[in-house]
Ligand binder design. Sequence first.
Ligand SMILES: Cc1cc2nc3c(=O)[nH]c(=O)nc-3n(C[C@H](O)[C@H](O)[C@H](O)COP(=O)(O)OP(=O)(O)OC[C@H]3O[C@@H](n4cnc5c(N)ncnc54)[C@H](O)[C@@H]3O)c2cc1C
Length: 381
Amino acid sequence: MTEHVVIVGAGTGGSVLANDLAERLDAEIDAGDVRVTLINDDPEHVYKPVWLYVPFGLREPEDGRRALSELIDDRIDLVLDRVTAIDTDAKELAVRDGDAPVEYDRLVLATGSTLQPAEVPGLVDGGHDFYSEPGAEALREELLSFTEGHLVLSVIGTPHMCPAAPLEFVFMADAWFRDRGLRDDIDITYTYPINRVHGNPQIAEWAQPKFEERDINVETFFNAESVDPDAQTIESMEGTELEYDLLVSIPPHAGVDMIAEAGLGDNGWVDVDKHTLEAQAADDVYALGDTAATGVPNAGSVAHYQAGVVAQRLASDLRGRPATATYDGKTLCFIETGMDEASFVEFSYDRAPSPAPPSTKLHWSKLAYNESYWLTARGLL
Ligand SMILES: Cc1cc2nc3c(=O)[nH]c(=O)nc-3n(C[C@H](O)[C@H](O)[C@H](O)COP(=O)(O)OP(=O)(O)OC[C@H]3O[C@@H](n4cnc5c(N)ncnc54)[C@H](O)[C@@H]3O)c2cc1C
């Protein structure tokens, strides 16, 4: 009997996992004992970190796209379709375009995050973002012609993808306006929902003086409640109102609806054992990347490490051996601290982050990593 492994989502986590399994299970796939199917609703793979650079005119959205047909190993059955429902009792998936449900023996959910700007009244009309391809392109048009006024960056709700990216954006904007002689005419304000500038206390402590040195205003305990696009104001639940000329937000995030509908977790995030990445509410279901509620940041590096763990566990299981690989919470992140310098952090469930002193070398390391990403996604690096 052929064991069928189905992966839903071919972003960072799903693609790395599929290519890893193709190598790892080469003999079993060749013998017809195992079949691996990867289902994605877009023919292209999207590398989102490129979007940070788009508003500054440094990268194009196309730099973050590659055809999945080129990226995914030939030993994987690539299906371009959207999964619409998960039935963990029948072990099958409903799909939008296919003729019949897809049956699975082992399921991996790697469906990522979705943006929910409509949750905040006025935000869709009044705000910009760099967390989507169209958002980053529209923000570029605004930013390139922004020469004076008040730029507000508001982090609205957590978890959100890449907790470092809002810090990076304001530090880059500050340096970019200074380099162009505009900074004296532009105020920058950063808002964060809790009582510090970042969710992680060590990273917040490291970042706080950088706001002061660069004359970037900070509003903590700012939970955006509504935006008035005509008056150009954003108001918080705590009763603070800020005027803006350009509002950049990190919109509220959620997972995909079918996860909650399948009883796998709230708000589209799958409840998992944070070490094994197995779903708590169903057998033979794993989740990884943003969609797995492990408490670590929603980051591509996390999805990558988790893919390795799930690949090892699946291979052991399919070979009838105990699965022993576990995820230790490893997270790795370069943090841009200007236009030509960056820091670096690495941490895990048991180890707190200690950001490295910013340097040009780390900035170039981040850019080099972004280029080599396409090799890591293929499993070549
Ligand atoms: C601006 C920005 C900068 C970032 N910078 C960094 C960084 O520097 N470092 C870092 O580590 N991380 C960074 N991230 C975060 C990183 O991009 C995400 O955490 C990562 O992409 C998560 O991987 P994933 O596989 O979980 O989900 P994704 O990569 O989002 O992939 C999910 C896939 O599932 C597909 N899908 C969803 N639902 C369905 C369905 N029902 N049926 C079929 N397919 C479906 C989607 O189309 C998508 O292809 C950044 C993110 C942003 C927005």
